[in-house]
Design a protein around this ligand. Structure first.
Ligand SMILES: [Cu+2]
Length: 350
């Protein structure tokens, strides 16, 4: 049997498929191998060739959606409801289901995922500190699954203890108060854990501070989940990304306005590799580790996060133009974890 390392995997797919292979432009130039160089790559040296199909998951929509805000109102009401409570907080109710689904992680590269609500990452859940979160979880998949939320909750709501797996066809209701404020995560906690997480059962869980805790200033807000996929099932990842699709934001840069605060909710859900990182070119950002403080602890241009670690990053673009962001592990960047911000001068109405 041919044993593929992740580097030889890249080269193998690069020469075997014209449309829809994950290839690095730098390597292509050296190899030739009959693969046409995509004109788009002359501008930014590396990246995938082609586009993913238009009818699936859209990284640019995921980036700016939470509590199913990407759905039309009547569709959204099937998955999310909020009800005011006497103390001024909200009851937020979510419908989350697990289902097996093949997803496209790079143009023409498909991965047999286990998903929450058919997408990887799962829908971003966002509440205000003190709100009651009620998640009705239905397992429509073929394996036992659960949802383990990070945050304060009693053991009965942990989703990780013996006997807390939800069998295929069964339903469980998780209920807890959103606490503490910050950027958290949720994921399946069924054994073997790394396999269940890596298959795609995870998402971001944002808790905003209640008024008495203070507030964050208005900003252009973005959700970024750093993830990766082991397409050859050898416990090594072949494709790396922010929000699943390799190089999605290289082809479709994230539009931001010069002079306006940008806030990133960054979560590391990469399996197999102990750490991942976020590096932004030409700028610095303020770091709020785990988002549990309103005071930044650090100003840097490179942040390293362990598996399950997360942080809120804030910055303001000074100059118009394109700014690269990528993992500072060069190999991850070459395997898809590379994107662009496109900063534009705000339109002035005269
Ligand atoms: Cu699972």
């Amino acid at each position: 049997m041919l044993k593929l390392t992740r580097r030889s995997w890249l080269q193998a797919t690069g020469v075997s498929s014209l449309a829809g292979s994950l290839v690095a432009g730098t390597r292509l130039a050296g190899q030739g191998a009959g693969v046409a160089r995509h004109p788009a790559h002359d501008a930014h040296v590396m990246g995938t060739v082609g586009r993913i199909s238009a009818d699936g998951f859209t990284p640019s929509t995921f980036l700016r959606s939470w509590n199913f805000s990407d759905l039309a109102p009547e569709e959204r009401a099937k998955f999310y409801r909020e009800t005011p409570r006497p103390d001024g907080t909200l009851l937020r109710e979510y419908e989350i289901f697990a289902t097996d689904r093949e997803i496209e992680i790079a143009p023409g590269v498909f991965f047999p995922a286990w998903t929450y609500n058919g997408q990887v990452p799962g829908p971003t859940i966002r509440a205000t500190e003190g709100d009651r979160v009620r998640v009705t979880f239905q397992n429509l998949g073929t394996h036992p699954h659960s949802i383990h939320f990070h945050g304060w909750h009693p053991p009965s709501m942990d989703g990780a203890l013996a006997g807390q797996e939800v069998e295929p066809g069964e339903t469980f209701v998780y209920e807890f108060d959103a606490d503490p404020f910050g950027v958290h995560l949720y994921h399946c906690h069924t054994v073997p854990l790394k396999r269940h997480i890596h298959k795609g059962l995870y998402g971001a869980f944002i808790v905003d501070p209640r008024a008495s805790s203070g507030s964050r200033p208005p900003a252009d807000e973005l959700v970024m989940v750093m993830n990766a996929f082991d397409t050859t099932f050898d416990a090594e990842n072949e494709v790396y990304a922010v929000n699943t699709v390799a190089n999605a934001y290289l082809h479709d840069p994230i539009r931001v306005a010069v002079g306006r605060l940008v806030r990133i909710y960054l979560v590391n859900l990469t399996e197999f590799d102990p750490v991942n990182s976020f590096h932004l070119h030409g700028m610095f950002f303020d770091v709020y580790r785990t988002g549990t403080s309103l005071t930044s602890s650090e100003r840097t241009d490179t942040l390293m996060l362990c598996q399950g670690e997360r942080a809120i990053l804030e910055t303001t673009f000074r100059y118009p133009g394109d700014f690269m962001f990528h993992a500072h592990q060069t190999e991850f960047a070459e395997l898809g974890w590379m994107g662009l911000f496109r900063a534009e001068e705000p339109r002035r109405d005269t």
